[in-house]
Design a protein. Structure first.
Length: 266
């Protein structure tokens, strides 16, 4: 960690990010227009290289609407084969760099039958069904407690704020529970039924490890999902990554608008 932080600080000098943003599938180009320092994951000591199509794999340090931010353009997924502790390493790095608020975005399938592809959903809570917890192992007490509380992983104030902003902008923002599966296979219709019974509204393969660790590190967390498809069994059609990326791209404009409005006042 010391080596990672020293490496990054040599590049960004006295820039101190307070806001962290993780860009999910199809949203990566949000960071393209930001004037700042870009560091590829593969060049950072302690980071892995990201492999999924549609994900770039770099940290971007710069100002977004006057807020000092570090943006993850692309993220690590558990299904890529990394140890779960490697997936959340960038979150711990953000914490050490001074980040106080983390905005996490993702693409997700709708479990809730009233949701439609193209909807945005602010995450009110999550269910971790990945089968692993990123905090397993030795605890670093400088970051957080051994047994951290998880009763408000996603800031209720930020959830309300996003819904208010959505209304002002005329963008429908659902509020729901995100269930995380390990992937990489999509779910079966029976699994989606199970998730619905459990109280999930959306399903995806990311976000939960990062949100969990950010909360452990006492960061304020906001999660927003782009609903890219109906989950398995809701409609007779088959699921594909191409559909996920395509819908995310189509929804990008309203997603960015909402994101910018939120960042402006965060
Ligand atoms: N299931 C899991 N992950 C996803 C989905 C889905 O239907 N859509 C986008 N990410």
């Amino acid at each position: 960690m010391k080596e990672t932080i020293e490496f990054i600080q040599k590049k960004i000098r006295d820039f101190k990010p307070e806001l962290g943003i993780i860009l999910g599938s199809g949203l990566g180009d949000f960071a393209d227009n930001i004037d700042g320092v870009r560091i590829k994951y593969q060049d950072i000591p302690g980071f892995e290289t990201s492999t999924v199509a549609g994900h770039k794999g770099q940290l971007v340090f710069g100002e977004v609407l006057g807020k000092k931010a570090v943006i993850m353009q692309g993220r690590y997924h558990f299904y890529e084969g990394y140890h779960i502790s490697r997936i959340v390493y960038p979150i711990k790095v953000m914490k050490k760099l001074g980040v106080k608020t983390l905005i996490i975005t993702n693409a997700a399938g709708s479990v809730n039958k009233s949701y439609k592809a193209g909807d945005l959903m602010v995450i009110s809570d999550h269910i971790n069904l990945m089968g692993v917890n990123p905090l397993v192992g030795e605890n670093d007490a400088t970051l957080g407690d051994r047994f951290p509380d998880m009763s408000e992983v996603y800031s209720h104030a930020l959830v309300d704020f996003v819904q208010k902003k959505g209304k002002e902008l005329g963008i429908t923002v659902r509020k729901g529970v995100y269930a995380a599966m390990s992937g990489p296979s999509y779910e079966t219709p029976a699994e989606i039924n199970m998730l619905r019974i459990m109280g999930a509204d959306a399903v995806g393969m990311s976000t939960v490890p990062e949100a969990l660790v950010a909360n452990y590190c006492s960061m304020r967390v906001l999660g927003i999902s782009c609903i890219t498809n109906s989950a398995a069994g809701v409609h007779p059609s088959r699921l594909s990554h191409a559909e996920v990326v395509e819908t995310a791209a189509k929804t990008k404009d309203s997603f960015m608008k909402l994101l910018m409005a939120v960042i402006e006042e965060i």
